[in-house]
Ligand binder design. Structure first.
Ligand code: PLP
Length: 454
C-alpha cells in the first residue's frame, strides 16, 4: 500500500488550507460536514468556486468534476443562461414568501414535459417531496404500508429511512424509533418474483410502492426489463399507488424522465436536483385526484385533507428562475445536450471496462445514459461480477473504489465523490473522458487497485 500512501501524501501536500479548514469545521459540524456523504479520508477539500466542468478549492487546485452537485448540474456549474437569469432575479428578490408568477411558469413547463404531473407541490428538498408522496399515498388508499427497495434512497425523512444503508436489514440507528419501520417493507431491486413475494404478505395494507427507476445513491443500477413495469402492474391490481422517485433520473435519463424511457405511468412521482437549476428543490407531482387531497381551498376540513407542506422556501423565485432557465435550455437543446452527455457516458463506461479488463482487475461498470460507476471486487468478496442491486454493491470492494477516487483527485485533478457514481454534464467533452481514461490507466498500472493491492 506504499503506492497508495504516496497518493494520500500528494493530496495532503496540495490541500493544506483544506486540512486547516477541516479541523475548524470538525469543531462546528459533527464529522466536519453538513451531509454525511461529503466526508472522505483523510479530509475533504474545501471548494471555493466552480464554473463549467471545473471545481476549485481553497488551495488553488482545480478538478474536473464528475460529482456535479449531487448529479444536479446537468449543464455544468453556473451555466451562462441560468447564472444570468438567477442574477437578475436575485436583484429582484430571493424570497417573496407569497405566490409568484415564475413558479407557475416552471410548473407548466414541467407539466408539458411530463404530462403525468397533472398537479404538483414544490418544496425545497427531495426528502420532503418523497415524504409528501408517501403521505399522499396513505391518504388516498387509507392503508399504512409503504414498500421500497432494499438500498433505495429517498432522502433523510423519517418515514423512508429504512433499509437505506448497509447492512440493510439492520435499524438505521438511534433516533429512529423501531416502530417507525413497522409500516415500511423492503423489496429486492431487480427481482420481480422476490419483490412480489414480499408484497403479497402486505397486500391488503399496501399503500404504495415507491421506487427509484435506477438505484442512484447506492450504486448506479438501471432496472432490468420488466421489473418496474411488473411493480406498477402489481400496485394497480392491488389497489396501491405506484410512485416513481425521479429525483435523480428526472431530466437526466431523458428530458421526459425515466417514466417515458421505460414506458411507465406512475400515480405520483417526485422530482428534484436538475429542475432547481442548482438551487434547492423538491417536487411531488401526479394525478389530480390524488394531489387534490392536499388542497386546502376545496378541502378545508382538516380531517379530510392530507397535510403536506412546502415550507418557508418553497417555490422561492430564485429557485424557480434557475429551474426554469435550465429546463428552457434543455427543451431548446434537447438533442444536443442528451446526445452529448449520453455519448460521453457510454464512452466512459466502455473505456473504463476495457482498461480494467486488460489490467485483470475484477470489476463491473454500471450505469446508463450519462451516469456511470465502477465496482471493484476483491478476492475475498463474492466473485460475482454482476451488479444488479444495492446488496451486490455493498459486497464490492468499496475500499478499492475509495483508493481509485483518491488517486484521481490527488494526481490527476479529477473529482468523483468517493464511492459515488459519476455524471456527465453538458460542460464536459471528449477530451475530459480521454483524460479520465488516461488517468485510470495510470492508476490501474500503479497496482493500488484489485489484486495487487491486497
Ligand atoms: C432518489 C433520491 N430521492 C430523494 C433524495 C433526497 O433529496 P434531497 O437530498 O434533496 O433531500 C435523493 C438525494 O440524493 C435521491 O437521490
Amino acid at each position: 500500500m506504499e503506492k497508495f500512501d504516496e497518493y494520500v501524501r500528494r493530496y495532503e501536500r496540495k490541500t493544506p488550507k483544506s486540512r486547516r479548514l477541516f479541523s475548524r469545521a470538525a469543531r462546528v459540524f459533527p464529522g466536519g460536514i453538513s451531509h454525511n456523504i461529503r466526508y472522505f479520508p483523510p479530509y475533504p477539500f474545501f471548494a471555493d468556486g466552480a464554473k463549467g466542468k471545473r471545481l476549485h478549492d481553497v488551495d488553488g487546485n482545480s478538478y474536473t468534476d464528475y460529482w456535479m452537485g449531487h448529479w444536479a448540474l446537468i449543464l455544468g456549474h453556473s451555466p451562462a443562461p441560468v447564472a444570468s437569469a438567477l442574477a437578475r432575479q436575485v436583484r429582484n428578490g430571493t424570497l417573496y414568501g407569497t405566490t409568484n408568477d415564475v413558479s407557475v411558469e416552471l410548473a407548466e413547463t414541467i407539466q408539458k414535459l411530463m404530462p403525468a404531473a397533472e398537479m404538483m407541490r414544490f418544496s425545497s428538498t427531495g426528502s420532503e417531496a418523497t415524504m409528501y408522496a408517501v403521505r399522499l399515498a396513505r391518504a388516498k388508499t387509507g392503508r399504512r404500508v409503504i414498500a421500497k427497495a432494499i438500498g433505495g434512497w429517498h432522502g433523510f425523512n423519517t418515514t423512508l429511512m429504512q433499509s437505506a444503508s448497509y447492512p440493510f436489514e439492520a435499524e438505521e440507528g438511534p433516533g429512529l424509533v423501531q416502530d417507525e419501520g413497522q409500516y415500511v417493507e423492503s423489496i429486492p431491486f431487480n427481482d420481480l418474483e422476490g419483490s412480489i413475494k414480499v408484497l403479497d404478505n402486505i397486500r391488503d395494507d399496501l399503500a404504495c410502492i415507491i421506487i427509484e427507476p435506477m438505484i442512484g445513491t447506492n450504486g448506479c443500477i438501471p432496472p432490468v426489463d420488466g421489473y418496474l413495469q411488473g411493480l406498477q402492474e402489481y400496485a394497480r391490481k392491488n389497489g396501491a399507488l405506484f410512485i416513481l422517485d425521479e429525483i435523480v433520473t428526472g431530466f437526466r435519463l431523458s428530458l421526459h424522465g425515466a417514466a417515458r424511457l421505460y414506458g411507465l405511468d406512475p400515480d405520483l412521482f417526485t422530482l428534484g436536483k436538475i429542475c432547481g437549476g442548482g438551487m434547492p428543490i423538491g417536487v411531488v407531482c401526479g394525478r389530480k385526484e390524488i394531489m387534490s387531497l392536499a388542497d386546502p381551498v376545496s378541502v378545508p376540513d382538516k380531517q379530510a385533507r392530507c397535510a403536506i407542506g412546502g415550507g418557508t422556501f418553497s417555490a422561492n423565485p430564485a429557485t424557480m428562475t434557475a429551474g426554469l432557465a435550465t429546463l428552457d435550455f434543455l427543451k431548446k437543446n434537447e438533442r444536443e445536450v442528451y446526445g452529448k452527455i449520453d455519448r460521453l457516458g457510454g464512452m466512459a463506461r466502455d473505456g473504463l471496462g476495457r482498461i480494467f479488463a486488460e489490467a485483470k482487475i475484477p470489476c463491473a461498470i454500471t450505469g446508463t445514459k450519462s451516469v456511470f460507476m465502477t465496482h471493484f471486487f476483491s478476492d475475498s468478496s463474492q466473485q460475482k461480477r454482476q451488479v444488479s442491486n444495492a446488496t451486490d454493491v455493498a459486497m464490492s470492494d468499496k475500499a478499492a473504489l475509495g483508493r481509485y477516487h483518491m488517486a484521481l483527485m490527488a494526481a490527476h485533478g479529477i473529482f468523483f465523490l468517493p464511492s459515488k457514481m459519476g455524471a456527465m454534464s453538458f460542460a464536459h467533452d471528449e477530451g475530459d473522458v480521454k483524460k479520465l481514461l488516461a488517468a485510470t490507466q495510470s492508476i490501474a498500472d500503479s497496482g493500488i487497485l484489485g489484486k495487487a493491492a491486497q
